[in-house]
Structure formats: structure tokens, C-alpha cells
Design a protein around this ligand. Structure first.
Ligand SMILES: O=C(OCc1ccccc1)c1cn[nH]c1
Length: 229
């Protein structure tokens, strides 16, 4: 059963990169189908407006619910998962990407401005799986870039998309923490040598060195990922 993804956005051109490289091949392989929908196609006024001023005051504009209701109704089934990228969402992560990779149908609602009228989430929550997801603690101008990141992270985990599942095995069996540093040819570059152990052929020493490098790097860059933290 291929994974179907529908993206609803006011900037369809943001998703041109999905036709390239791994994402493009995934679509050609039939493992994934991705459709992009322009939210303005679902407006009914002459100005094709999608936003209005916020109730309760405050700066910025809020996206009105009706175009979203029309657009989501056009693609939704009882198997759909509606994903709303927002800084206020639960944190997207590799385990969440793995879950999405095994879904049947994902609908991404890319909000702009201050976000989408919350009643859109409230309306669909009793009907389908609705997930407000954040890709990190910073604010983007819209959900489009977050959606690209979540699609790329999820689609690469769809069985058959990655030519070499080997790279997934290492990723999933990785020690808690970040990856060890990688090196390739030439053995010396601008006076810098590749760590000797990596050229030694001693696989147990290499594994030990990599584990140690992962711990050093995690301690320095991501102490929050250290076991027991
Ligand atoms: O900025 C983001 O989404 C766009 C957005 C949606 C709703 C209101 C403001 C901005 C975002 C940041 N981390 N994850 C998502």
C-alpha cells in the first residue's frame, strides 16, 4: 500500500524540491504519491482571501477556517492523518518520522501568518488522527519548510525508498546520542590526517573509537541525549 501525501499550502512552488533526487525517485517508484494543493483554489471570494484579523486582538493575521475545511474535505478519508506544523506542537522526531512512514495517508496543512483558526484542528480531531507538530523551537514564516523536513524524514523511512537499508540499520542501532565523525579519501588533506585507527582494519578498535567519538560529541553538542539525562 503506497503512502499518499497531500500538502495544502498557499505556496505550492515551495514543494518543487520534492520532485528531485530521493523524493523524486520515491514517487517514480510508486512507493509514495505526493500531491500539492493551492489553498486559494478553495476560497470563494473575488480576492481569494485566506486570512483575517484575530479575535481578541493582537498583531498579525489568522488563517480563516472555511478554505481549510473545503481543502481538507476534498482529500480526507477515514484513514487520513492531518498534520499541522506549528511551534506550539509536539516535537517531531525520528520515532515520529517512522510512525508517519507507516501511515496510509498524510495531509499536511501549511499555515502562514500567525497560524490557522484552531477550530480546524477541533473539527477534524474527533474524526481522524490530528497531530500538531513542531520541528524545533524557532518560528518560521509558515509551515511549508517544516512540512518539507517532515516529508523528507518520513519518506526516506518508507520501506524500499532508500536503496541501501544498511544505512537505516546503523541509524536505528545507534548508541543514544549523536553520530561519530566520518572520513573518506584522501588520507591526508591540507595537512590533516584521517584518524589512524580507521585505516587499521581492526574492526573492534574502530567500533570502540566510534563509540567514544559519539559520546564525546554528544557530551559537547547534545548532553540532553546522554543516557540518564
Ligand atoms: O514556524 C513553524 O511553523 C509555521 C507556523 C505555523 C503556525 C504559526 C506560526 C508559524 C514551526 C517552527 N517549528 N515547527 C514549526
Amino acid at each position: 500500500m503506497p503512502l499518499r501525501i497531500d500538502v495544502i499550502t498557499i505556496f505550492p512552488d515551495y514543494f518543487a524540491p520534492l520532485q528531485l533526487s530521493l523524493m523524486g525517485k520515491a514517487q517514480q517508484s510508486g512507493l509514495v504519491t505526493i500531491a500539492i494543493h493551492d489553498l486559494r483554489e478553495f476560497t470563494s471570494d473575488r480576492h481569494r482571501s485566506v486570512d483575517d484579523t484575530p479575535y481578541g486582538g493582537g498583531a498579525g493575521m489568522v488563517m480563516t477556517p472555511e478554505p481549510w475545511g473545503q481543502a481538507i474535505d476534498a482529500v480526507v478519508t477515514d484513514q487520513s492523518t492531518l498534520i499541522v506544523p506549528t511551534p506550539a506542537g509536539k516535537l517531531f522526531s525520528q520515532p515520529v518520522a517512522a510512525e508517519l512512514a507507516h501511515s496510509t495517508h498524510l495531509i499536511f496543512a501549511c499555515g502562514r501568518y500567525e497560524g490557522i483558526d484552531q477550530r480546524v484542528v477541533e473539527y477534524y480531531r474527533p474524526r481522524i488522527d490530528v497531530r500538531e507538530l513542531s520541528i524545533g523551537d524557532y518560528v518560521l514564516a509558515g509551515g511549508d519548510v517544516a512540512t518539507l523536513a517532515m516529508i523528507e524524514a518520513s519518506v526516506r523511512l518508507v520501506p524500499g525508498v532508500l536503496g541501501n537499508p544498511e544505512s537505516l540499520v546503523e541509524e536505528s542501532h545507534q548508541l543514544p546520542g549523536v553520530e561519530y565523525p566520518s572520513y573518506t579519501k584522501p588520507p591526508t588533506w591540507r595537512g590533516l590526517d584521517v584518524p589512524e585507527v580507521l585505516l587499521s582494519g581492526h574492526h573492534d578498535q574502530i567500533a570502540r573509537w566510534r563509540a567514544e567519538q559519539s559520546t564525546i560529541r554528544t557530551t559537547h553538542n547534545r548532553p540532553d541525549l546522554l543516557p540518564g539525562s
